[in-house]
Design a protein around this ligand. Structure first.
Ligand SMILES: CC(C)(COP(=O)(O)OP(=O)(O)OC[C@H]1O[C@@H](n2cnc3c(N)ncnc32)[C@H](O)[C@@H]1OP(=O)(O)O)[C@@H](O)C(=O)NCCC(=O)NCCS
Length: 177
């Protein structure tokens, strides 16, 4: 079968699937259908609404970690044990989170600090150390280290390393505690 025909059949199948889904979620079985993919646990990691996330199978994720909806986790990402990855978090290649890290909703770690043109893409390592808490909407530039048990305020833009147990806020982030 030629590829055009195949793709038309694929789209028809998708439309049929969507219609069936719409029919079911508007039926008395709604709670069951919606509940089906609400939360799953694989290898000790909890995923909320996994179909809304883009999580690479190559990423290493430690036991006890909880990953919320709408999350982006690329291949070369390492996440420790018991971390909290809130909704909307983006972790690109090179990001490493040690154990017990909290990534607040919509916080993100870049992997290209200078927006350079490059022929060969290499991940720039960024490390968030044990127990650090990153507030919602905070942005961390590539190549930095966020210290143990440090806190980053909501909405901060972090452009330099943060030492252990300090609190940094603002744009650009500065030490407040
Ligand atoms: C960073 C944070 C933990 C600091 O809390 P704190 O230690 O109690 O600090 P304070 O409220 O005493 O604030 C200290 C200073 O930082 C400022 N500040 C605090 N948070 C700030 C922020 N996010 N952005 C900019 N400035 C901030 C305060 O205005 C204050 O400034 P001042 O000394 O000039 O008055 C807290 O403000 C924060 O951002 N929490 C994140 C909440 C969050 O994202 N939760 C996620 C789960 S939903």
């Amino acid at each position: 079968m030629d590829s055009k025909k195949c793709s038309i059949m694929d789209s028809k199948r998708k439309i049929k699937g969507q219609l069936l889904y719409n029919l079911l979620v508007n039926s008395p079985y709604r709670d069951y259908i919606i509940g089906m993919d609400q939360k799953i646990k694989i290898d000790g990691v909890t995923y909320w609404h996994p179909r809304l996330s883009n999580i690479s199978k190559k990423a290493k994720i430690g036991e006890g970690t909880v990953i919320h909806a709408g999350v982006h986790i690329h291949d070369e990402v390492i996440i420790g044990k018991r971390c909290q990855i809130q909704a909307g978090v983006m972790l690109f290649n090179g990001a490493t989170l040690e154990d017990d890290v909290f990534m607040g909703p919509d916080s993100k770690i870049a992997n290209d600090a200078k927006l350079e043109d490059r022929d060969v893409w290499t991940a720039v390592p960024t490390l968030v150390k044990r127990g650090a808490k990153i507030g919602m909407g905070a942005l961390i530039n590539a190549g930095l280290t966020i210290g143990e048990y440090s806190k980053v305020g909501m909405g901060a833009v972090v452009l330099q390393n943060i030492p252990d147990r300090e609190t940094w806020v603002g744009v650009p982030a500065r030490k407040v505690g």
